[in-house]
Ligand binder design. Structure first.
Ligand SMILES: Cc1ncc(COP(=O)(O)O)c(C=O)c1O
Length: 397
């Protein structure tokens, strides 16, 4: 059978496959510590579960409007208005099966062969593959660890060509945990306005922030910028609802209408029950998320301090999301059984096999020197995992 060429350009999501390997090892009775999966370890809040149960009991189990129920789209529009001062009509909001699906709808509606999408490096794994799946070309914009992975306006200008269609902005970012301040976002917006670029602003970690950092959506820079920005968000990370699969996009009407048409011909509506649950989540306000983020903050410090105490490893303190992204270049030349570890991928394999600690290697995020560890896991697991990593690295020669 001859498959479409586009599937040959992509790989399965590495974060999902490492998590699956760790789970398979655990199922064999191996005590694996999982720092790979990118989801809160908290349970979905009770009022959200109750809303889902009520939806089932009330028979709210049929197709809904393809773009999502009006009640949820209204709740999202209200959230964007009260929290960010952004004004959208509900026709400019599309509810999808997770923020990943929202991003995919953007890629399908916007990109075609010959188009270039600028992706700042390090990047969340799916940006690149979703671009390739839609026949467009990812253009990687290198950012620097020493200045907090900020986007430099000159460096951005340098990668723009007549084919550049859009740029991804992901703050707070996965895998680095970096956040952009308003000045940085104004710089990006300025370039986007001058070069007529669409801005795809992935704000899924919007509420997972530390050290008093405030979230800024690039769409708030000016109405002209909002008119060329599609904001992506969802309930997965803020309300511990990764399995419910509700994400959303808000933005210019022409793009959102095209995305809605794509969705109506592909998945139809997102799960009716999950939509009711998402309404309840958005009504929760911030107390649940704040409680969760306070706990992540404690774990963040233990994880990052612990990594920095390991010889050969250095780790920036992230200001958002729930990942540590340590630089492991100091250990990559070390050897195990005579063979050099060599790369982040080699290190992740070594840690999984020899320390039973699952981490994601940096390569799929665009760095061969880093590994990603999620600290959205129990403090006890973080402490044990760090001890194991230190001991395992100490066994290298
Ligand atoms: C940066 C980023 N964007 C989007 C998503 C997708 O989120 P969802 O679970 O809502 O599809 C993730 C999930 O890991 C992410 O890290």
């Amino acid at each position: 059978m001859k498959l479409a060429a586009r599937v040959g350009r992509i790989v399965p999501s590495p974060t999902l496959s490492i998590t699956a390997t760790a789970k398979a090892m655990a199922a064999q009775g191996i005590d694996v510590i999982d720092f790979a999966s990118g989801e809160p370890d908290f349970d979905t809040p009770e009022p959200v579960k109750a809303a889902a149960e009520a939806a089932i009991r009330a028979g709210f189990t049929k197709y809904t409007p393809s773009s999502g129920i009006e009640e949820l789209r209204r709740a999202i529009a209200d959230k964007l208005n009260t929290e960010q001062g952004l004004q959208y009509d509900t026709s400019q909001i599309l509810v999808s099966c997770g923020a990943k699906h929202s991003l995919y709808n953007v890629a399908e509606a916007l990109l075609e062969s010959g188009d270039e999408l600028i992706i700042p490096v390090p990047f969340w794994v799916s940006y690149q593959d979703q671009t390739l799946l839609n026949d467009a070309t990812p253009v990687l914009l290198q950012t620097q660890e020493h200045d907090g992975y900020t986007i430099d306006q000159e460096a951005l200008e340098a990668v723009i060509t007549p084919r550049t269609k859009a740029i991804i902005v992901n703050s707070p970012g996965n895998p680095t945990g970096a956040t952009y301040d308003r000045k940085t976002l104004e710089g990006i917006a300025d370039v986007a306005l001058r070069h007529d670029l669409v801005i795809i602003s992935d704000e899924i970690y919007e509420k997972v922030l530390y050290d008093g950092v405030q979230h800024v959506s690039i769409a708030t820079v000016s109405p002209e910028v909002a008119a060329r920005t599609v904001v992506i968000n969802g309930v997965s990370k803020a309300y511990a609802m990764t399995g419910w699969r509700i994400g959303y996009a808000a933005g210019p009407k022409a793009l959102l209408t095209a995305m809605a048409n794509v969705q109506s011909q592909s998945t139809s509506n997102p799960c009716s029950i999950s939509q009711k649950a998402a309404v309840a989540a958005l009504r929760l306000g911030d107390p649940f998320t704040k409680m969760m983020v306070e706990e992540f903050d404690r774990r963040r410090r233990v994880m990052v301090d612990g990594l920095n105490n390991i010889q050969g490893v250095t780790c920036r303190m992230p200001t958002g999301a729930f990942y540590a992204f340590p630089n492991t270049s100091g250990v990559l030349s070390r050897r195990w059984k005579g063979q050099p570890i060599g790369s982040a991928a080699g290190l992740a394999t070594y840690l999984l096999n020899e320390a039973h600690v699952a981490v994601v290697p940096g390569e799929p995020f665009g760095s061969g020197l880093h590994i990603r560890l999620s600290y959205a896991t129990a403090m006890e697991a973080i402490e044990r995992g760090l001890t194991r990593i230190e001991a395992a690295l100490g066994r290298l020669s």
